[in-house]
Design a protein around this ligand. Structure first.
Ligand SMILES: [Zn+2]
Length: 293
């Protein structure tokens, strides 16, 4: 564990979790993918009594350890309204990715479906929690109502930006709302904290965070330009746009889950461009196509 400030720790893993300790009590920020991640977190807490789990958003790799930890410790779960609804109804995630219909069976893997976790308190952006010296930040874009958590000089930013390795690995960062995500990146760049902890990647100081945020923004702008360029040549359907972006970024899609993640993000790019008046849907021979305006 890395102690970033007094009583504020980064618990590194496939998903970084935060631990805030006050006397003999502890609060954690996200719990990792599964029971095993929860077990490691509990071990890291040692003698401390876990009182609260804050989940930044309802992706399985961020709340998959909740079930184990709440059963073991009785900790209360806090989350935003929409993300909390997702955690309380975890089957929503595979259904969302399958565009609202019953998903393929392979979508019920632990990467998309975590055990149910019902929040006991709804958090909203801008809220201050004095008992724990926390400020809750609205960081939507990667998910509908993702939250960040700031404590003293440390800000846990969930998946609001990816570190350079994760950005390269993912190619098309997962976002459900590009307009919101661009606003979130602007907000991050102006935050005053000393340490920034993304869920994927190392903790970085403010200047490092700003460089990464710039790279994340550049990636989004590149994808927007690519899509606008393809559609300037003629209309395409959503799946053709996904293929063109993957080809351009040298990404290989190998399974339905990965394809659904890309498709969801690319759809968000198209609706962002539509909101800006640059593209619009059209129908031709019963095909839903996107065209440049
Ligand atoms: Zn996520």
């Amino acid at each position: 564990m890395q102690e970033l400030a007094e009583g504020i720790y980064l618990h590194p893993g496939a998903v970084n979790c935060g631990i805030i300790s006050r006397g003999g009590d502890a609060l954690v920020i996200d719990t990792g993918l599964d029971k095993e991640a929860g077990r490691k977190l509990l071990k890291a807490l040692g003698e401390k009594s876990l009182k609260v789990i804050i989940n930044t958003h309802a992706h399985a790799d961020h709340f998959g350890g909740n079930d184990f930890l709440t059963k073991r410790t009785g900790a209360e779960v806090w989350a935003s309204r929409a993300e909390g609804a997702g955690m309380d109804n975890p089957e929503f995630e595979p259904v969302f990715l399958a565009a609202g219909s019953a998903p393929l069976r392979e979508m019920y893997s632990r990467f998309f479906l975590a055990p149910r976790s019902t929040p006991g308190r709804v958090l909203t952006g801008g809220e201050r929690i004095t008992d724990w010296d926390l400020e809750i930040l609205d960081l939507p874009g990667h998910s509908i109502e993702q939250l960040g958590v700031a404590c003293g000089e440390v800000c846990f930013t969930a998946d609001a930006f990816l570190g350079p390795e994760a950005l390269t690995k993912h190619g098309i960062p997962f976002n459900v709302d590009i307009t919101a995500q661009l606003n979130t990146l602007d907000l991050l760049a102006d935050l005053p904290y000393h340490w920034f902890v993304p869920a994927h990647g190392e903790a970085r100081e403010r200047e490092g965070m700003r460089r990464d945020v710039e790279q994340n923004r550049n990636r989004i702008e590149l994808i927007l330009e690519l899509i606008a360029g393809y559609l300037a040549e003629g209309p395409l359907n959503l799946e053709q746009v996904v293929k063109r972006v993957c080809d351009s970024l040298d990404l290989t899609v190998g399974n339905p889950g990965q394809f659904y993640l890309f498709r969801t993000s690319i759809n968000a790019y198209l609706t962002h461009l539509a909101a800006k008046g640059m593209v619009r849907p059209m129908f031709e021979a019963n095909c839903f196509l996107w065209e440049r305006v």
